[in-house]
Design a protein around this ligand. Sequence first.
Ligand SMILES: Cc1ncc(COP(=O)(O)O)c(C=O)c1O
Length: 376
Amino acid sequence: MKMFDVYPLNNISITKAMGSWVWDANGQKYLDMYGGHAVISIGHTNPTYVGALTDQLNKIGFYSNSVIIEQQKELSEKLGALSGKEDYQLFLCNSGAEANENALKLASFYNNRSKIVAFKGAFHGRTSLAVAATDIPSIIAPVNQTDDIVFLPYNDVDALKAYFAEHGKDISSVIVEGIQGVGGIILATDEFLKAIRQVCDESGALYIADSVQCGCGRSGKYYSHDWAGVNADIYAMAKGIGNGFPMGAISIAPHIAPKYGMLGTTFGGNHLACRAAIAVADVMAQENLIENTTTIGNYLMEELKKIEGIKEIRGKGLMIAIEMPYDSSELRKKLLFEEHVFVGAAGKNIIRLLPALNITKEHADTFLDAFKKVLA
Ligand SMILES: Cc1ncc(COP(=O)(O)O)c(C=O)c1O
């Protein structure tokens, strides 16, 4: 059997990693400014993380959600403290799409409605409702199509209010990224997120914050949405929460009551996954990584803004877009194969930086030197 060929691959096989460095099978070292797509939050093979997972594997790796899993309690307390939402409730699953899927479903159970507001440029995952709420027609199969989802323009308060004035009583939830990732690192304005809070309060809809990419501290706050100063009803997380261990989660406001059987999963919240996420939360707290995100993110953006020939630098914390006035794929190729630096992309012209949250100024300088070289 061969692999189902859906990924355009770089001809590189990674065999070893440490912190923000990875090595290929030939021993070539690369700087990882991509974090495996915003997943590596505390650095590759972090010793605390490896120690915790090894210890847990030697005890028990998995048992189902039919028994008490003490690690779930520890994790929910730690995530509550890190995010400043001690009174929220945690439900654990396995991926970002699944987190959004559960958030949308829970909102629908809560208010017994079926209409969803999503936004132009959104990406929420590839499973049924999550992909239906994603503004990329080419990845929506006929079976995913539904009339229940409407796409409004992102950051357009007037359009949002006008839509709610007419349809508010039918809307179950509004799902929004605090910073659109796949859409090109577009920040939601505070005014827009406050307006979402307001129309949801007025209509009985729930505000779902898709924090899968922009959450887990990457923006300099645990949830990037919280820069607006208003709470969401449900926050969806994945990527950075497990530093590579597949995990998703939703953090649910206290007014949403659980019921047995309402949500469920076989793998979500198992011993090993929880231990991974606890180690991530511990390292983030002990090493002040959310603060570091702002420090290094600001440094990177200030230095990038001094470089000529770039159309725009935007982002928050360690979620940064370098938008070129032309197709950036040659630049990315040169960064990878000549300077040995991994970066991400969004569309053709945008280079996306999503490094580990504990990168240092030295890593940032190595990247900046490499970037100047390929531009020259
Ligand atoms: C904002 C956002 N939501 C959801 C997802 C889907 O996450 P997953 O690939 O873990 O299902 C992604 C993945 O890139 C994402 O960026």
